[in-house]
Design a protein around this ligand. Structure first.
Ligand SMILES: C[S@@+](CC[C@H](N)C(=O)[O-])C[C@H]1O[C@@H](n2cnc3c(N)ncnc32)[C@H](O)[C@@H]1O
Length: 189
């Protein structure tokens, strides 16, 4: 894979091709209430890659943060509750985790979270430059680190990409996923 030039479709959000997501998208069968949240609330809270992030929040936040791989959404709900003035985008392809976040949103009546229920790589590269005050990954597994690092690398943020990969290798020095991406992109860590 080479660094994209201009509008390379592999890095343009929902039309991305050739991405392989190895994690789980589904877990245990969802209870009726959780499925109801997914059917009823997710469509209204889904992040729209075709629109500027700021216009997707009713309160036009000055600061927008992205949490990558939010798991069950406990942290995302907590930080969103603590910063009602800010906007939060959460990306998580694991649908049971998305349903869990929707329950937190309902329980805490949060209105400042938008959800991308898919691979973060599909939206990261298409986001307007400098639209985020911060992006973070909590307890990343090697898969997330390999993905996020690769997107940063493709966006020209080479030092940040290396930091992500180094951090992941500190936790799991034998990670084949990180080794594969680093070798493929011919990166010297
Ligand atoms: C180790 S879990 C950490 C979950 C959560 N951050 C926590 O601290 O409990 C990693 C999470 O990242 C998600 N994930 C993996 N690859 C991803 C990707 N490409 N985009 C977004 N999320 C991803 C997984 O589905 C999983 O829920």
């Amino acid at each position: 894979m080479t660094r994209p030039e201009g509008n390379d479709p592999d890095f343009q959000g929902p039309h991305s091709r050739g991405l392989h997501f190895y994690g789980r998208r589904k877990g245990r069968k969802l209870r009726t209430t959780m499925q109801g949240l997914l059917d009823g609330r997710l469509p209204t809270l889904r992040y729209d890659p075709a629109a500027a992030p700021v216009v997707q929040f009713s309160h036009s936040p000055d600061d927008i943060f992205l949490e990558i791989g939010f798991g069950g959404g406990e942290n995302l709900a907590a930080v969103a509750a603590a910063r009602p003035d800010a906007g939060f985008i959460g990306a998580e392809p694991f649908i049971n985790g998305v349903a869990s976040l929707l329950r937190h949103i309902e329980d805490q009546a949060l209105s400042n979270i938008r959800i991308w229920d898919d691979d973060v790589r599909l939206i990261l590269a298409g986001m307007p430059e400098a639209c985020l005050a911060g992006a973070y990954v909590l307890f990343p597994d090697p898969e997330v680190a390999s993905h996020v690092g690769e997107v940063m690398w493709m966006m020209g943020r080479e030092e940040q990409a290396k930091e992500v990969w180094r951090g992941a290798l500190e936790n799991q020095p034998d990670s084949e996923l990180i080794q594969e991406v680093v070798e493929r992109l011919q990166v010297e860590l």
